[in-house]
Design a protein around this ligand. Structure first.
Ligand code: G16
Length: 541
């Protein structure tokens, strides 16, 4: 071992956002940029010394270089063992699982999630703590503070490991174990779901179409859906992970997974359509001719999860992020379990999961997960749906119709205004916030504002406070308009407008028409188009 201490100067822009540090690749490629951020982590997270660290990423461009640097710096910073995914690949949920399974003190998850990849795309680093969850606000603040005063980093360039072969490489006081992350993850899924029932369901002629969007879940889906469950190999598409995700945008939604959507809207659509994102934590679910919104998917899974072996004991509680529609709240109320409303960001679910207060949680941004790991989990959601369909004998449209008939339907849409200047985005937020108090009690046709505020959250486990988490205008149980600034973009600012309208009288509308009146009201109250000068949103999901 030959540890070098390299002098450096701080960068001012290494503040982690909603899910770690996400930047354009070329920013990460600046000399010392990656090293500084990694050193800031090693300096803050002292339990890493002498213990185990997991490293893996979604395989995007720069993954391999970043892993090589991280290994050299881990060795120099006194970490005793690093577990790396074969080829540098680990889906985000598989990394979370590996951290838990191997009792690691933390993990580096190298991903910019659903953001495009390649030399002109994005890269990112998340630090996950022991237990598998994302670093909380306090730790990320410390890491940022440390990045601002960094003056040196430690590196041992003699560490050279072939990450394309499973096995253990030993150095003086340091070792690197390369593991096939698929094995452990597939075993976990087998413990949670009834693979026999799913196999029989597929054998009976039900088909699935799974689109991995050329990102990390391809090999996982092939192993589990094709090899273990018997789906046709041709039904798992875009399954080879590529460094640039095939030039696409690996975000499983109605816009970026268009090919899958078209397939599922066609005459001979299979029984279930699904896609996952760059790092495998997001999911999109479709039935023949029907898109299941993430908020509905959370609610429907919450209502049926007891059909899966890993959840036979029922749910302890449910949680959803604030902008996510309130469909899950109704299911939780019927089950007699609590439903928590948290700020956007999976890290806010982790304390509730660790404390055993919830079993399932989800977000409107196509994230669903459970207590099995501390990240959202795309393939888990797909397997949960498959298990529920196999066990209930219902089709996706039958299950959805029955759910809405029982609970009513939460029509939901999100409008994204991307690449705004920070000033323009702040001006919209500030203008709305200033007007919120005056809105309470006002009536707009059949809707009356019952609450209008900037959402704040007190963590019931550790008492920590998160303030200014998004502006919401609530019309009782009937409707909501929510506006928040994205925490994951890498260019300018993105504003997200969320529209939700609960209807019991009409269950068969298409969301744009069900939400047309609320959309007009949102423009009247928020004035996004007026204040930004845009003619409409860039993306509607
Ligand atoms: C990340 C977080 C999610 C969060 C999402 C929100 O997702 O992990 O918990 O819901 O960001 O993004 P935004 O702030 O842009 O609305 P991911 O999949 O990008 O890691």
């Amino acid at each position: 071992m030959s540890v070098e201490e390299i002098p450096t100067q701080p960068f001012s822009d290494q503040k982690p956002g909603t899910a770690g540090l996400r930047k354009q690749v070329r920013i990460f490629q600046q000399p010392r940029y990656l090293e500084n951020f990694l050193q800031a982590i090693f300096d803050c997270v002292t339990p890493l010394k002498g213990s185990t660290l997991v490293i893996g990423g979604d395989g995007r461009f720069y993954n391999r270089q970043a892993i090589a640097t991280a290994l050299s710096m881990a060795a120099a910073n006194g970490i005793s063992r690093v577990i790396v995914g074969l080829g540098g690949l680990l889906s985000t949920p598989a990394a979370s699982h590996l951290i838990r399974l191997r009792g690691a003190s933390g993990g580096l998850v190298l991903t910019a999630s659903h953001n495009p990849a390649g030399p002109d795309g994005d890269f990112g680093i998340k630090f996950n703590v022991a237990g598998g969850g994302q670093a909380g606000e306090a730790l990320t603040d410390q890491i940022f503070a440390s990045s601002l005063k960094i003056s040196r980093y430690l590196i041992d360039t003699s560490i050279n490991v072939d990450i394309d072969r499973c096995g253990i490489s030993t150095f003086d006081g340091f070792s690197v174990e390369v593991v096939d992350g698929l094995d452990d993850y597939a075993r976990l899924m087998q413990d949670l779901f009834d693979f026999d029932a799913i196999r029989a369901w597929l054998k009976a002629g039900n088909r699935i179409r799974y689109d991995a969007l050329h990102a990390v879940t391809g090999p996982y889906a092939r192993r589990i859906l094709v090899d273990q469950l018997g789906a046709a190999a041709a039904d798992v598409v875009n399954a080879v992970p590529l460094e640039d995700f095939g030039g696409g945008h690996p975000d499983p939604n109605l816009v970026y997974a268009r090919e899958l959507v078209d397939h599922m809207m066609a005459e001979d659509a299979p029984a279930l359509g699904a896609a996952s994102d760059g790092d495998g934590d997001r999911n999109m679910i479709l039935g023949p001719g029907l898109f299941i919104s993430p908020g509905d998917s959370l609610a429907m899974l919450a209502a049926h999860l007891h059909r899966c072996p890993g959840y036979r004991g029922g749910l302890r509680g449910v949680a959803r992020s604030m902008p996510t529609c309130r469909a899950a709240d109704r299911v939780a109320a019927t089950l007699g379990v609590p439903c928590h409303e948290t700020p956007t960001g999976w890290k806010f679910f982790c304390n509730l999961l660790d404390d055993g207060q919830i079993t399932i949680c989800g977000e409107e941004s196509f994230g669903t997960g459970s207590s099995h790991v501390r990240e959202k989990d795309g393939l888990w959601a797909v397997l949960a749906w498959l298990n529920v369909l196999a066990a209930s004998g219902l089709t996706v449209p039958e299950l959805a119709q029955a759910h809405w008939a029982r609970f009513g339907r939460h029509y939901f849409m999100r409008h994204d205004y991307e690449d705004l200047s920070l000033e323009a985005a702040d001006a919209v937020m500030n203008a709305l916030e200033a007007g919120l108090p005056a809105l309470v009690g006002q009536r707009f046709d059949a809707l009356t504002v019952t609450l209008a505020d900037n959402f704040a959250y007190t963590d019931p486990v550790d008492g920590s406070h998160a303030q200014r988490q998004g502006l919401r205008i609530v019309f009782g149980d009937d409707a909501r308009i929510v506006l928040r600034k994205s925490g994951t973009g890498t260019q300018g600012a993105t504003l997200r407008l969320y529209l939700e309208h609960w209807r019991q009288d009409r269950l068969d509308l298409d969301p744009p028409s069900a939400l047309a009146a609320l959309e007009t009201l949102a423009e009247q109250l928020v004035g996004l188009k007026r204040l930004t000068g845009r003619s409409g949103p860039d993306i509607v999901t």
